[in-house]
Design a binder for this molecule. Structure first.
Ligand SMILES: C[S@@+](CC[C@H](N)C(=O)[O-])C[C@H]1O[C@@H](n2cnc3c(N)ncnc32)[C@H](O)[C@@H]1O
Length: 251
C-alpha cells in the first residue's frame, strides 16, 4: 500500500503502513515527528523523553532513525503493550516504556538532552506553570520540541461560522504558533528557536484521516468523518499543526 508515502517525509516511508495505521492515535505521528526533526536534530546516544508517546511509534522511530536513547512515556497506553511493540521493532536496547502522568514524571532532574511531544502537549502544556515543571527534567541548554494541532491565528472573538457545525469545546486547547511563543517566552526560561505552521499540515491531516477510516472502529470512524468534513470546509484557513522548538536558557 503506497497511500502513506509522502515525498517530504522519506524516513516515515520506511515503516509498514499497516503497522502505522494499527498504532495511530491521531494524524500520522511519524510525519509530524519527521517534520519536527527538520528543525530539531536528534543525534546518536542522545537521551530523549517522548512525552505522550501513545503507542510508541515515534519512540521507535527516533531509536531506529537516529540511534537515540528514548524513554517512551504515556498515560493512557499500557507500557507492557508498548514494550512488546518496542521488542518487536528490535530497539529494546534503546527504548524504555514508562507509564507516566505529565505532572508526575518518574525521572531524575536534568536527565534528558531533549524532550519531544507529538500531538500530545496541548493536553497538559497550555497551563502557564507546566513549562517550568517540565524543564526541571531537561539538562541546561537542552531542547524541547512539540508538534500540536493548532490555529493559524487565534480567533478574534468567536469560532468562524464555517467551523461551527464541527466545533468541539476541547478544541479550545488549539493555539497559534504566536500564542505558543508568548506562552513560553513569558516564563523567561527558554529561548524559542522555531514556531511555525507545518506546511500543508492540514492536507496531511485530512489525507491520513481519510486513509485511516477503514482501520477504525465504527465509533471512531464517525468522529473521523466529521473531522474530515471540518478540514475540507476549512481548507487550511484556520487549522493545521504548530511546530515549536525552544532551548532551555539556564539562567
Ligand atoms: C492523540 S494521542 C497521541 C499519541 C502519540 N504521540 C501519537 O501521535 O500517536 C495523545 C497522547 O497524549 C497522552 N497524554 C494525554 N494527557 C497526558 C498526561 N497528562 N500525561 C501523559 N500523557 C498524556 C495520552 O496518553 C495519549 O497517548
Amino acid at each position: 500500500m503506497g497511500l502513506l508515502h509522502h515525498e517530504r517525509y522519506p524516513r516515515s516511508g520506511n515503516y509498514d503502513p499497516d503497522w502505522v495505521l494499527e498504532n495511530q492515535m491521531g494524524p500520522n505521528a511519524l510525519w509530524l515527528l519527521e517534520s519536527l526533526t527538520e528543525v530539531m536534530s536528534i543525534s546518536p546516544g542522545m537521551r530523549v523523553l517522548d512525552l505522550g508517546c501513545g503507542r510508541a511509534m515515534t519512540s521507535i522511530f527516533m531509536a531506529r532513525e537516529f540511534d537515540a536513547r528514548v524513554w517512551a512515556a504515556d498515560l493512557w497506553i499500557d507500557p507492557v503493550q508498548n514494550r512488546t511493540r518496542i521488542v518487536e521493532a528490535g530497539v529494546d536496547d534503546l527504548v524504555t516504556a514508562v507509564h507516566a502522568e505529565a505532572h508526575a514524571l518518574p525521572f531524575d532532574k536534568g536527565f534528558f538532552d531533549a524532550i519531544v511531544s507529538i500531538d500530545a502537549y496541548h493536553y497538559f502544556g497550555t497551563d502557564d506553570l507546566y513549562l517550568g515543571y517540565l524543564l526541571d527534567y531537561l539538562r541546561p541548554g537542552g531542547r524541547l520540541g512539540i508538534v500540536v494541532p493548532a490555529l493559524i491565528e487565534e480567533f478574534d472573538n468567536a469560532v468562524p461560522d464555517h467551523l461551527l457545525p464541527f466545533w468541539q469545546w476541547e478544541y479550545c486547547c488549539f493555539h497559534s504558533p504566536s500564542w505558543w511563543v508568548r506562552h513560553w517566552d513569558k516564563t523567561g526560561l527558554v529561548t524559542v528557536e522555531t514556531a511555525d505552521i507545518v506546511e500543508e499540515g492540514w492536507k496531511d491531516w485530512l489525507d491520513f484521516t481519510h486513509h485511516s477510516l477503514h482501520s477504525m472502529s465504527a465509533e471512531m470512524r464517525l468522529e473521523a468523518e466529521v473531522e474530515i468534513q471540518m478540514l475540507r470546509a476549512d481548507a487550511g484557513a484556520n487549522l493545521g499543526f504548530a511546530r515549536v522548538v525552544a532551548s532551555e536558557s539556564h539562567q
